[in-house]
Design a protein around this ligand. Structure first.
Ligand code: ARG
Length: 559
């Protein structure tokens, strides 16, 4: 039973408000003592308190409610705790891995553009954020019934390839390249920028080289193809560690042969103009700098390729929503892009830039040009190493130590990212994010493992045929309420494109569970009580697993 929906039904009868308005107005009070749902009566008249009183008298309470109460301008609804308990525990037990699944998005599609590292450059920390946030939203939308389409819009085209080709032809050695491709290409890239400061002809040569590449020069294309392959191989290693997959790897270069067509079609729909030899869309009346479609030397741009990609995806997938998970520094780029698409007749409501802040390291700001970068693989390796040291100390006899260390180390990094509102900057803090008892990934994993261990020790099969009235302590009710709210948190994460709504909910659940476990013995209780509490423990374990899965984090049974 959906209690909120039932309360909405009740209120549509007595107030003249629409379902959708009621749905927005009704909230969950922060303190459970104030009831399970609260309805603010401001819209019912100039004196909301009186309106709440009147409404209270008129309502005929359905069976699942134990009462209603006026608190200030609110009418608060209390659901009988036994009803909630039975409802949610039966549901989790029945649905298991599917608890949280919904049909909201049935028949709808969402394209999610995420990760998108740049070929011949290191997989950066910004790309890690995009990967982790995008991957989580991908799963969240799938769970809600949407079909998610994950696209890795690889940065495999652009002027930087002109620079690389020039550098490689001047200083590059095939043998060195094979050893550690990305580090070597980065070295050449840095060398190019150092030399270019002394010799301004180099930049011209790079522009020329890129133009030649765009015009299909065989030798340059071969070099480019080679760099691309080597880079992809390294990226795959990272995706494997993170267990992330994509439905498409069409990067920027994929759109090369439709760019001219894209520009022509665009010109039929909107006004473009020449400015200093370049072809642009003027956006002055919208207070934005122009979008450049073609540079004065005829080379295309990042923008042109994004317009082509959007058109291609609209045709190919016909999605209802379109999400770009890209750092905040590209806000202007996407405002411009969406404006051009809107001017060309697309529905602007479909497009969202889910932007995010920086992951800041104590080492300070990065610069690819100067070669000052933190390699993601080093970060992952360090996390795994630290996790394995902690496990060695806490549980040296653990089976699968290596596998669990990877799950915990990687989980710590993912959670440090996803537990923050994505728009905020995050300071990297190794000790904090790996701690087993802070608000961390390992804490959730540890709580999951603890619940699993209780179930193993119990030696009695979990069943949903229990006496639900035996779970009536405050600690138990708090856990049950959080289990009940889990599906709604998934919807919230989807609507705002912010997985932290799920991450933080899991922390509350784990904390409530640990309080419960501290206060309420499970295994030593008499059978009837033990069976009731075992069902509660199993439900928590299941919801932690499901929630962690939506974040892209593994839930080991032992650690
Ligand atoms: N490769 C780009 C970068 O590293 C990100 C691409 C994002 N996606 C897009 N459709 N523009 O900055």
């Amino acid at each position: 039973m959906d209690f909120k929906a039932e309360i909405i039904k009740l209120l549509t009868k007595e107030t003249k408000l629409k379902d959708a308005d009621l749905n927005n107005l009704i909230s969950i009070p922060p303190d459970p003592k104030l009831g399970d749902y609260a309805f603010p009566c401001f819209k019912l008249g100039s004196n909301p308190k009186n309106a709440a009183e009147t409404l209270k008298k008129k309502l005929k309470l359905p069976k699942f409610l134990s009462g209603v109460q006026v608190v200030g301008p609110y009418l608060n609804f209390y659901v009988k705790s036994e009803v909630i308990t039975k409802e949610v525990l039966t549901k989790v037990f029945k649905e298991k891995k599917d608890y949280g699944k919904q049909e909201l998005g049935e028949g709808k599609k969402i394209v999610i553009d995420f990760s998108a590292p740049n070929i011949a450059k290191p997989f950066g920390i910004g790309h890690l954020r995009s990967t982790v946030i995008g991957h989580s939203l991908y799963k969240v939308y799938n769970t809600l019934g949407y079909k998610s389409i994950g696209i890795n819009h690889l940065g495999d085209w652009g002027t930087q390839f002109g620079k690389l080709i020039v550098a490689y032809k001047k200083w590059g050695k095939e043998k060195e390249l094979g050893k550690d491709p990305i580090k070597y290409l980065l070295k050449l890239y840095v060398q190019f920028h150092e030399e270019a400061e002394k010799d301004d002809k180099l930049d011209d040569q790079a522009r020329e080289a890129f133009k030649k590449l765009e015009d299909g020069n065989k030798e340059y294309l071969q070099l480019w193809e080679h760099f691309r392959e080597l880079s992809l191989k390294e990226f795959q290693r990272i995706y494997q560690i993170l267990d992330v997959k994509f439905d498409s790897y069409h990067g920027e270069a994929f759109y090369n042969n439709i760019l001219d067509k894209t520009i022509k079609e665009l010109q039929q729909k909107i006004k473009t103009k020449m400015s200093d030899g370049a072809l642009i869309v003027d956006l002055e009346e919208f207070n934005m700098s122009p979008v450049m479609l073609k540079k004065s030397n005829g080379a295309t741009t990042y923008h042109t390729r994004d317009i082509a990609a959007a058109n291609y995806r609209l045709k190919k997938y016909n999605p209802n929503r379109f999400l770009y998970v890209v750092g905040s520094e590209q806000k202007l780029h996407f405002r411009q892009l969406f404006k051009v698409l809107e001017l060309a007749g697309e529905d602007k409501e479909k497009f969202t830039h889910a932007d995010f802040g920086l992951f800041r390291f104590p080492e300070g700001k990065m610069s690819t040009r100067k070669g000052k970068v933190i390699f993601l693989e080093d970060v992952l390796d360090k996390a795994i190493k630290l996790a394995s040291e902690i496990i060695e100390k806490k549980n040296p006899d653990l089976k699968n130590k290596k596998k669990v260390a990877i799950q915990v180390g990687v989980g710590a990094i993912i959670f440090a990212d996803l537990s923050n509102d994505r728009t905020r900057n995050i300071d990297f803090d190794w000790d904090r994010m790996l701690s087993f008892d802070g608000e961390t990934g390992p804490y959730l994993q540890y709580t999951h493992a603890r619940a699993s261990s209780i179930l193993r020790k119990a030696n009695s099969k979990v069943s949903s045929k229990i006496n639900f009235s035996l779970l009536s302590l405050d600690e138990e009710k708090a856990v049950i309420r959080l289990l009940y709210d889990f599906p709604e948190r998934i919807v919230k994460a989807a609507e705002t494109y912010k997985p932290h709504h799920i991450a933080n909910h899991l922390i509350s659940l784990a904390q409530a569970f640990n309080e419960f476990y501290h206060k309420c013995p499970v295994i030593s209780e008499r059978d009837e009580q033990m069976n009731a509490r075992l069902l509660l423990v199993d439900s928590v374990r299941q919801v932690l697993e499901n929630g962690l899965r939506l974040l892209g984090i593994k839930a080991p049974d032992e650690m």
